[in-house]
Design a protein around this ligand. Sequence first.
Ligand code: SF4
Length: 703
Amino acid sequence: NHAVEKATTAVDSLCPFCGVGCQLTYHVKDDKIQYVTGKDGPANRGRLCVKGRFGFDYINHPHRLTKPLVRKDGIPKHGEDFVDPANPWTHFREATWEEAMERAARGLVKVRDEVGPQAMAGFGSAKGSNEEAYLFQKLVRMGFGTNNVDHCTRLCHASSVAALMEGVGSAAVTAPFAAAMDAEVIIVIGANPAVNHPVAATFIKNAVRQKNAKLIVMDPRGQALTKFATHHLRFKPGSDVAMLNALLNVIIEEGLTNPAYIQRFVDGFPDLEQAVKDATPEAMSPLCGIAPDVLRDVARMYATSKASIIFWGMGVSQHVHGTDNARCLIALGLITGQVGKPGAGLHPLRGQNNVQGASDAGLIPMVLPDYQSVEDAAKRQAFEAIWGPGVKNEHIAAKRGLTVVEIMNAIMKGEIHAMYIMGENPAMSDPDASHAREALAKLDHLVVQDIFLTETAFHADVVLPASAFAEKDGSFTNTDRRVQIGRAALKPPGEARQDWELVQDIAQRMGLPWNYAHPREVYAEMASVMPSLAGITWPRLEDEEAVTYPGGREIIFTDGFPTATGRARIVTTKVTPPAELPDTEYPMVLSTGRLLEHWHTGAMTRRATQLDALEPEATAQLHPRDAAKLGVTAGQQIRVSTRRGSIQLKARIDRDVAENMVFIPFAFYEAAANLLTNPQLDPFGKIPEFKFCAAKVEAVEAA
Ligand code: SF4
């Protein structure tokens, strides 16, 4: 209302949640956000979803960490009573910043010097800014002396990144999601944008409503977008490669490829022809469950339209064959020339607000910033020339580091002894979470930096209270490769400090002579070592608020690819089953994901009053026919078990879930879905198979 409006200060910033990157305005009074309005940003045109509009009061939640904490002596880090989730603070005591930082840094130095750099590891976060990601990986590489640095991109699009890097030489999207408005055919596969990228979904809906685009949804589950679709291919879970190879077969057999494009830009076509020769719709239909005629229709629509775009999400990537799934999608785009022109392209929808930027900034164990291989001596030297020597004059390690799940396995094998975790919550987000929690507890030294005492912080030796999104300045890169500026609207509570300052403080205490005064100085250094940011200065970001890289171009690969030859490469695939198939003991399929109202491990959204009121407790979704078979009614307690564990939660009956499948969101600690998931990894992207494992469902009490 007008009275409130007049009394508030408006601060333009960004939504802290998903990779869509909506611009918004915080309306602040008395150091509190009163309400939020959408801005006319290029990604959202004034729109916001429920999370962006209403999910901000977690910032003021009484659970906010306001003082550094250190673990009390003699408190176990694991086992039945290691922590009371209702009151985990009892196992910590408050400390001064000096004591906490000294203890944090001393523990890291001890392991580095006594056990060795390879016994160290760090997880950064895709929720933090580009500057925080850049500083964190630089600390791990120069201060710890290892490439054991990773973040949750490993758990979402690592397989897409692996396939895109080998195929087209770049891991970013080829076109923004708004390109849907220029497309004739839109494929959405393994993604549920209406829930996970709600504002991006509005562009897809508008393309259908206003521009008569044809939408094809490929997903074993139902979803809101199917109302707008000409086809909904509810393929059998885990059978993506069979279905996609059938589409490739039809396009090749019916002569619907783009030979001129292939000749000019694509290698590997003869191998693909050979590889999918027998993957006819008739042969693949029994595997994927889609009728041959439908496969033919869809292949023809995609290949013959003036412009077709593919959006994909975790349903594609989170499989042991996730890289193969993405390879098939890339091959579809390449053999038809549906890349590099308006309305066409390949767009893996990024999950977290800054997963693109954190990856670009080098928060990945195999690559330095801008995907420059750690195994390339010349690249390492180029970074050393700017970064200076390591703490003991050592060079950047030449060996690739370990990935998220590999780090947990290495701790269990006694190879990693100390970790610094900034803003990540592997105790909730890692597959087979009991194993991950056991690993965290086994560390000699764990430093956790966060805004809440997360489930990961339960295992920490030192907890550093950090700043929430609305309390910091920084740049963030959305799913479209759009670098945008986030501005601080509030002060951090109590003694909490800026994340970048904390990373710098640890670096200084470990012996690195850093002296940044503001994120803009970090950004300036980043931009000087990352060719992708050429021409995108901090003042320009402040002025324009959003600049797409490279060079402001929304659509890329219009004239070749950023590979050594300038050509893209098709990599063929074979149908492989999921790692763990249903059997008599575990006859159903478990799939996990998100809800519209809750984001990731729930640390923020479960403390946002309105979002928590909408989805206050964990539920497992079952198809009505499965519920009937199991004798389960809506709201009844059920037990879901896999070979790794068992959880109890309420049943939600939902026609959108495939038959013989149970779907559980992973945001709820009291029924943590990841206690059940399979840690088997895709061999290329090293991503776990969150979307498929064998499970058993039982009613706990009579209906
Ligand atoms: Fe925030 Fe994503 Fe919703 Fe936009 S679509 S308001 S970025 S959660």
